[in-house]
Design a protein around this ligand. Structure first.
Ligand SMILES: Cc1cc2nc3c(=O)[nH]c(=O)nc-3n(C[C@H](O)[C@H](O)[C@H](O)COP(=O)(O)O)c2cc1C
Length: 504
């Protein structure tokens, strides 16, 4: 190594030196101005070695940044492989090929609507679709297989109609409520969505700040682009955050994550139970294919199509053997309330009550896992009567997520008995298109819609919302896959088949 004799004054490495280590036999990469020897790590990389080898001897920061929290190298690469600072002035800057798609995108960014032109959550989606990078859009917007569940999530709300009450004093309307004992200003939370930096360079901390401003809860994803501590540090005093947990095959790692979250003040542990394997999201896979165009070795040694995308690669640690038998162990390692995220039928909600967990999120992961799994709102309509029948409705808090785009959707869920709803993509889109002001406006729009609709439905506070305010007779009809609203139709990207090869 290029150090002086007493090893106290590290001499910066040069680009030329690093460029020599550009092979499987000796592979060095630069990340954020520092060099790392990843030769031995290549076979262990969850995303496979090929993607690293693409950057062997070069600066990998741009590819690395959105997918890896900043403490990744600290945590997973032995200190002896941290080679030191690089004199970035000596690193050859690769001429980037002119990408016509990127040029067009920059033009669209220059013409994008001003924030005040967004009047509802779908508007953010429409802007994000036009200004986000293709790969990021594909990762956020995609659903599993034919995306039937993804679309049903949103459409299902349209099958429920209100039965509004009149002549109720609604001069003052209070939409605050409590979730797992925390008082919040509105009955929704920011649900966990991975890889925030694909949409915005600052990542999840933008959502933390938006949630703080509106006093709603943020659920922190295991696979955030920011580190867990960065997201906790971005919170204001007293701000409530929950942890979403993907359970690692190595329970020591899981235990460490849970204990750390509790120590840092997280107020709920949401264990994701609908992803023993990640769903096939074909839009995402297609976009990865055209971007990377190669296949790589999986960490288990088999050939994995790189087109399966970053999500699959970074989630290979998730334990598919996780079962009901593990619940007592979680209860033994934490005092945080435990909530199962991704429950999809009545039987499992009843089992969750028996297992003594504090809550469930009825969810199909935003339609990204099992296609033709039911919408959460439909499951909710079945779950609450079953709980009430047994007198169990207060033994567990029931949340739902998936397809919530309007305050009327939230109201319908609360009327049916949900404690609150999670919202995923809309805040990602607002953040990607407009940063914090976008997230702020999205939340404000929901607040405005919510107050108005409470008045129009004839309820002055959340406790007055109940099932008699709804007509749910159409909910079990599973025929409507075509969005019944025009905004929904406008922003849906139809699935397309394989593209012809580009002309040589
Ligand atoms: C881009 C994206 C990433 C997601 N990442 C995770 C995750 O890491 N863990 C998890 O439990 N759920 C994840 N979800 C699912 C969400 O928590 C939530 O169930 C879903 O987004 C709700 O649907 P909506 O996007 O229609 O609001 C993700 C969803 C999206 C769209």
């Amino acid at each position: 190594m290029n150090r002086d004799s007493n090893d106290t004054q590290p001499v910066k490495l040069t680009g030329e030196e690093i460029a020599k280590h550009n092979s499987r036999e000796s592979c060095w990469v630069i990340v954020h101005g520092r060099a790392y020897d990843v030769t031995e790590f290549l076979p262990e990389h969850p995303g496979g070695p090929k993607i690293i080898l693409k950057y062997a001897g070069k600066d990998a920061t741009e590819e690395y940044e959105p997918i890896h929290p900043p403490d990744t190298l600290e945590k997973y690469l032995d200190k002896s492989k941290h080679l030191g600072e690089v004199d970035m002035g000596t690193v050859e800057v690769e001429e980037k090929e002119v990408d016509p798609d990127e040029e067009d995108r920059q033009k669209r960014i220059a013409r994008m609507p001003i924030l005040e032109q967004c009047y509802n959550l779908m508007d953010f989606e429409a802007v994000a679709r036009s200004v986000m990078k293709k790969t990021a859009w594909a990762y956020y917007s995609s659903g599993a297989d034919d995306e039937i569940t993804m679309r049903e999530n949103h459409n299902a709300f349209h099958k429920i109609w209100f039965r509004p009450r009149i002549l109720v004093d609604v001069e003052k309307v209070d939409i605050s409520t409590t979730m797992l004992g925390t008082k919040v200003d509105m009955p929704f939370y920011v649900t966990a969505t991975a890889l925030g930096k694909l949409g915005h360079p600052e990542g999840e901390v933008i959502l933390t700040r938006g949630a703080s401003k509106h006093n709603v809860i943020q659920m922190i994803p295991t696979l955030a682009s920011c580190s867990f501590d960065e997201i906790m540090d971005a919170a204001q005093d007293g701000q409530c955050q929950w942890l979403q947990l993907y359970v690692n095959k190595d329970r020591k790692v899981t235990r460490r994550i849970v204990e750390h979250a509790e120590k840092r003040g997280c107020k709920g542990l949401f264990i994701t139970v609908d992803a023993p394997q990640l769903g096939r999201r074909e839009k995402d896979m297609r976009s990865k294919f055209s971007d990377v165009g190669s296949s790589v070795q999986s960490s288990s040694g088999g050939e994995v199509d790189r087109s399966q995308g970053a999500a699959r690669a970074i989630s290979s640690f998730i334990d598919p053997s996780l079962s009901w038998k593990d619940i007592p162990w979680f209860q033994s390692i934490t005092k945080m309330p435990i909530i199962l995220k991704g429950v999809q039928c009545v039987e499992d909600v009843l089992r969750a009550v028996e297992a003594g967990v504090q809550g469930v999120v009825l969810s199909n992961h935003g339609g990204r896992q099992l296609d033709t799994a039911p919408s959460a709102i439909e499951v909710l309509a079945e779950v609450m009567p079953a709980l009430r029948e047994r007198g169990w409705q207060d033994r567990i808090e029931v949340y739902i997520d998936g397809g919530v785009r309007r305050a009327t959707d939230i109201l319908k869920a609360i009327c049916l008995g949900a404690k609150g709803v999670g919202i995923g993509r809309p805040f990602l889109y607002a953040m990607s298109a407009y940063g914090l002001p976008g997230v702020d406006r999205a939340m404000q729009l929901l607040r405005d819609e919510m107050e108005m609709n409470m008045r129009l439905i004839g309820a002055s506070d959340i406790s007055q919302l109940n099932p008699t305010l709804l007509d749910t007779r159409g909910l079990s009809m599973h025929t409507a896959v075509v969005p019944s609203d025009t905004l929904g139709k406008n922003v849906y990207d139809p699935l397309v088949g394989p593209k012809e090869k580009a002309k040589l």
